[in-house]
Ligand binder design. Structure first.
Ligand code: AMP
Length: 176
């Protein structure tokens, strides 16, 4: 049983208006990370459904997703796999484009990051429009991974990001 509630995590998330540009309500998770109990509790909540031995790898998305995914991987005794912005991974990669509000972006994963059939979780800090997570899922599918769950510390429900992740079991800890 996680010893921290989602309400306690919600209370620690700091809303920063107009960052990085006017109109954006930025959800700052650094106060959660800075509190040892809340950080551990967030990882407990994100991994609640699984025990060590049930998950082969946890995939995290550049950059805040790495923090949660790496800690979850350690707890589940699983490997950690990074999905990075294009041009950062040194070995051969698969790439996936996705749409942003203005323009597009590309994420990449090493071609040997996951074995076919690997049991994996995807974790990121925040689900907004869903484009980033959908691109990461496309990369995981290229490697024929078995996606057990997609977890987010925060979901901005009014942006309907879930609609871009059809058929995926989704866990979000704090919903706005
Ligand atoms: P999206 O592809 O629209 O779902 O955006 C998700 C990514 O953008 C996540 O990796 C978040 O880190 C970041 N992001 C989007 N909106 C916000 C926000 N309001 N506050 C903090 N991070 C955000």
């Amino acid at each position: 049983m996680p010893s921290v509630t989602s309400a306690e995590i919600a209370a620690a998330i700091r809303n920063v208006a107009d960052f990085p540009k006017p109109g954006i309500q930025f959800k700052d998770i650094t106060p959660v990370l800075a509190d040892a109990r809340l950080f551990a509790g967030a990882i407990d909540l994100l991994t609640e459904k699984f025990k060590p031995g049930e998950v082969d790898a946890v995939v995290g998305i550049d950059a805040r997703g790495f923090i949660f995914a790496a800690a979850a991987a350690l707890k589940l005794q699983a490997g950690f796999i990074p999905v990075r912005k294009k041009g950062k991974l040194p070995f051969t990669t698969h790439e996936q484009d996705y749409a942003l509000e203005y323009g597009s972006a590309t994420v990449a994963m090493h071609t040997d990051a996951l074995k076919p059939g690997a049991r994996v979780l995807l974790i990121d800090d925040l689900l907004a429009t869903g484009g980033t997570a959908a691109a990461a899922i496309a990369l995981m599918k290229k490697l024929h991974a078995q996606i057990l769950e997609v977890g987010f510390l925060i979901e901005l429900k009014f942006l309907h990001g879930r609609e871009k992740l059809p058929g995926q079991p989704i866990r979000s800890i704090v919903v706005y």
